[in-house]
Design a protein around this ligand. Structure first.
Ligand code: SAM
Ligand code: SF4
Length: 319
């Protein structure tokens, strides 16, 4: 069992399968002179499978594949298929920018993936281009319907709210839930990766977001059994749900149940701390065991995060 010094039971592993991305979101891709990891530094599917097989023996039950853009990883469906065959995993999910879902969605479904999170921060085509560096608003918007048509369930939308950029779109984005059976999740903007854009004023707190949402219609709390950080609500008669995630204004560290693996094979106990355990010497040179690494991660997992800049951007850590 993975229980840390503070009694938190660790059951959830987020795996970054690549640091590469086809978007350059202003809040994620900010570091100057960043170099992509050389291919040989990135964990192979076999190595990831070995890590996951150890992790499940220790109590990990939920896995999320992320990145960078996970759908840029060649043959990602093969990894998904391998992971879905591990019986202890009760939940396998993937976070994507949606760009490749039209092309790859069916293969992901066939491989056994049941659910996806798609990131979408704006419904304005020009803002989308400004935010991501890519003219792909229609394609990403369409990917939501593609995911629904393919039967992914739930389909969640991740929206990072940044003051002065998209807080004026909160209602419009949330109104997608009136017609679509999706969960739109509003996430407070976090200071990750030498992010020159971030300052406290840029953070629109969930309290503010809730007020805006309730100006349209009262939010009805929904029961959530996932144990995740989102507080989930629904507007009366809406087909979908609304999630609120408050890493800044109301941190949920006390119930944090996760560890992360970076694309280059570092076990990272906390999103906001650059302390990591390098798994590659274990996997490639037989130095130590993965079990020891997991237990060491529990020892160094902090009780709570300090808001300071991590050295790595989100896409290198795995958001
Ligand atoms: N490329 C995929 C995507 O965009 O969905 C997966 C990786 S991305 C790093 C995962 C999530 O992290 C996205 O939903 C993104 O919006 C979020 N994210 C990135 N930087 C963030 C920040 N500074 N604060 C809050 N969320 C952030
Ligand atoms: Fe790429 Fe996702 Fe980061 Fe945007 S948030 S740059 S899509 S990894």
């Amino acid at each position: 069992m993975l229980i840390d010094r503070f009694g938190r039971k660790i059951e959830y592993l987020r795996i970054s399968v690549t640091d590469r991305c086809n978007f350059k979101c202003i809040y994620c891709f900010t570091r100057q002179n960043w170099k992509w990891l050389p291919h040989k530094e990135i964990l192979t599917f076999e190595e990831l499978e070995t890590i996951v097989k150890t992790a499940v023996k220790l109590g990990i039950k939920r896995i999320r594949l992320t990145g960078g853009e996970p759908l840029l990883r060649k043959n990602i469906d093969i990894l998904i298929k391998k992971l879905t065959q591990i019986p202890e995993i009760i939940d396998l999910s993937l976070t994507t920018n949606g760009f490749f879902l039209e092309e790859l969605g069916e293969r992901l479904k066939d491989a056994g993936l049941k659910r996806v999170n798609i990131s979408l921060d704006t419904l304005n085509k020009d803002k989308f281009k400004k935010l991501t560096g890519v003219s792909a608003f229609e394609k990403v918007l369409k990917s939501i319907d593609i995911a629904l048509d393919l039967g992914f369930n739930p389909v969640k939308i991740n929206t990072v709210v940044i003051r002065g950029f998209n807080e004026d779109e909160i209602l419009e984005l949330a109104k997608l839930t009136l017609e679509k059976p999706i969960e739109v999740r509003f996430i407070e903007f976090m200071p990750i990766g030498e992010n020159s854009l971030w300052n406290e004023e840029c953070v629109v707190t969930v309290r503010e977001i809730k007020k805006i949402l309730e100006s349209f219609s009262k939010l009805i709390p929904e029961f959530s059994c996932s144990g995740g950080p989102a507080k989930v609500f629904r507007w009366k008669n809406a087909k979908g749900k609304i999630g609120l995630i408050s890493p800044i204004s109301e941190p949920f560290c006390y119930k944090c149940n996760r560890l992360r693996i970076t694309a280059d094979g570092r076990l990272r106990p906390c999103l906001f701390s650059d302390y990591e355990i390098n798994l590659k010497p274990i996997l490639r040179e037989g130095k130590g065991t993965l079990e020891e690494a997991f237990f060491w991660a529990l020892k160094i997992k902090p009780i709570k995060h300090n808001i300071n800049f991590t050295l790595k951007p989100m896409r290198a850590i795995g958001g």
